[in-house]
Design a protein around this ligand. Structure first.
Ligand code: GDP
Length: 329
């Protein structure tokens, strides 16, 4: 068993969603380990080539060989890049997609939180400004974990008691994967006080709640742009909302791929170091520097990739990883 497989055992134990379980199973089967080993083998081969030049100090790397090496380096870099692209999915699977619900008082934020989580978790009240604290709730949508954060609401001129809640909301918003901005769709668009600049954020969804009271026509252009009609009262529109939430976090490389790789933060750090060394190596090669320099960078990249599976000296990493295992599990 290599390190990635040992980590997969830990992921299996902690998996809280269907997708996390699937990713952990594939990692346990050795998919990531094999890919890392292939990368390492390719780097070793390339390094052997470069080192052969070191043995003949009078020779520089001839341009043809240099160009061929550049090409191989580029292809290795590309593969490291696509593994790095799965870090986003890895984080979502392991920690959940941070989801912030925001909007003015009384638009239905608490009702939405309750509806999504399936039971009365937050306090719902017809009185404006009652949700002062941030409440967190983990829920699963299409097999993915979402950490839902209910908020104090965004409003101007709030009292000091509410201010700390609003500050927290802004902090949460800055690191959110999904932002659900709730408005009362039965009221004119002009009457809604919305958070400026949110629409351009990744993972932003506009929710036109209270559709049971009839949609005000001023919102129609927003509907065309993908705003979601919802009625918390009648529980209508929940399926399109769930699908939009999934699409907001689960797109790009690897999404819908049955051969799923979703690297963790440790793998990400290793591959990032490898990628940097590869960039330096390619630059050194391009500048026609001595093979010794190129070799240094290749060796660094090889070692960084080797750390993923634990092929190099990884006492410290082993300690860090196995300290997270509990005796008895
Ligand atoms: P919040 O202040 O944004 O958290 O809003 P709440 O969830 O506390 O809801 C405010 C009021 O609007 C409550 O009286 C809810 O029952 C009501 N409400 C929430 N969603 C809907 C809806 O879809 N339709 C209607 N008609 N009323 C709703």
């Amino acid at each position: 068993m290599d390190l990635t497989q040992a980590e997969a055992v830990m992921d299996l134990i902690h998996a809280q969603s269907e997708m996390a379980l699937k990713a952990a199973t594939q990692q346990l089967e050795g998919r990531l380990g094999k890919e890392s080993e292939h990368l390492r083998a390719d780097l070793i081969e390339l390094l052997a080539h470069v080192e052969a030049y070191i043995d003949f100090p009078d020779e520089d790397i001839d341009p043809d060989t240099g160009a061929a090496m550049q090409k191989r380096l580029a292809s290795i870099h590309l593969r490291v890049g696509s593994l790095l692209d799965t870090a986003h999915h890895g984080r979502i699977l392991r920690s959940g997609a941070r989801t912030v619900i925001c909007g003015e008082p009384n638009v239905g934020k608490s009702s939405l939180l309750n509806l999504l989580s399936g039971f009365d978790r937050a306090i719902v009240s017809a009185e404006a400004g009652t949700t002062r604290d941030t409440i967190e709730e983990v829920l699963h949508i299409h097999g993915l974990p979402f950490v839902l954060v209910d908020t104090a609401g965004i409003r101007e001129g709030a009292g000091s008691i509410e201010q700390s809640g609003i500050d927290r909301t802004n902090r949460e918003m800055a690191r959110a994967d999904v932002i659900l901005e709730v408005v009362d769709g039965s009221l004119p668009r002009d009457a809604a006080r919305r958070v400026p600049g949110l629409e351009d954020r990744r993972g932003y969804l506009l929710i036109l709640n209270k559709s049971d009271l009839g949609l005000h026509p001023s919102w129609l252009p927003d509907v065309e742009r993908g705003a979601i009609l919802l009625s918390c009262e009648n529980q209508e529109g929940l399926d399109p909302l769930r699908a939009a939430m999934r699409d907001a976090v689960w797109t790009g490389a690897g999404a819908g791929n049955s051969q799923m790789v979703a690297i963790n933060a440790r793998h990400q750090a290793c591959f990032q170091r490898a990628a940097e060394s590869l960039v330096h190596g390619a630059a050194a090669l391009k500048r026609g520097e001595a093979p010794e320099f190129v070799a240094v960078f290749l060796r660094e990249a090889m070692e960084a990739v080797g750390e993923v599976t634990g092929r190099v000296d990884v006492e410290e990493i082993l300690g860090a990883i196995f300290s997270r295992f509990c005796i008895g599990k």
